[in-house]
Design a protein around this ligand. Sequence first.
Ligand code: TYD
Length: 199
Amino acid sequence: MFIVLEGIDGSGTTTQLERLAAHLTRRGRRVHTTREPSQGPIGRLLREILLGGHRLPDGAGVDELAMALLFAADRRDHLTREIEPALAGGLDVISDRYLLSSLAYQAQEADRTWVAGLARDLRLPDLTILLDVPVPVAAARRRAAGRPDERYDADEIQTRVAARYRELAAQAPNAVVLEASGSIDEVTAAIARAVDPRL
Ligand code: TYD
C-alpha cells in the first residue's frame, strides 16, 4: 500500500505518520515512512528555500512557478529514488505529503491545469488521508511546537489551502477526509479505521 497523509501546516501529518507506521508494524506489515519535500537533493534545496534561504538581492523569494517545478521535480526524484524501490521490496510506504500538496499550495498562484500537468503519469497513492483541522487550531499547534516561520504560514494562505484541499479530496479517487482537531489518540484511531479495511 502507498498511503499519503495531507493537510495544512500544523494539521498533524508528521505525528500521525509515525503513529500509523507503528499501527501497521503491529499488524505485521513492513513499513517505510517518508516525506516531501524529500530527503533527496531537490528536497533539501526546497527546505532551504521554505525557511527563507536563497533570496534575491532585493529580498524577494524564489518565484512561485519555479517552486511548483521544484516540488514536481522533487516528487519524481522521490518516487524513483525511494518510493518505488520500497514498494517493489514489499513494504508499505507512508508519505507525509505528496501530489495533493502541490495541487493545494502551488495551484493558488500557478494555473491549476499547468500544475496538474506536471504530475501527468505520476504514480498515485492507494489512499490519501486529508487531516482537516481549522486554521487557528493548526496555527496554535505550530506556535506551541516552536516551529520556525515558513513560506506559506500566513493565515490567509493557509485558509485558501484548506479550502482547496477539501475540494481536491472530494474529487480525488481513494481520498478520505478526517476531522483532525481531536486528541492525537483519537485521530490515530480514526486513521486506523480508514486504513484497516483497505489492507
Ligand atoms: P512541512 O511539511 O510542514 O515540513 P516541516 O515539518 O519540515 O516544516 O513543510 C513543507 C511545506 O512545503 C509546507 O508549507 C507545504 C509546502 N509544500 C508545498 O507547498 N507543495 C508541495 O508539493 C509540498 C510537498 C509541500
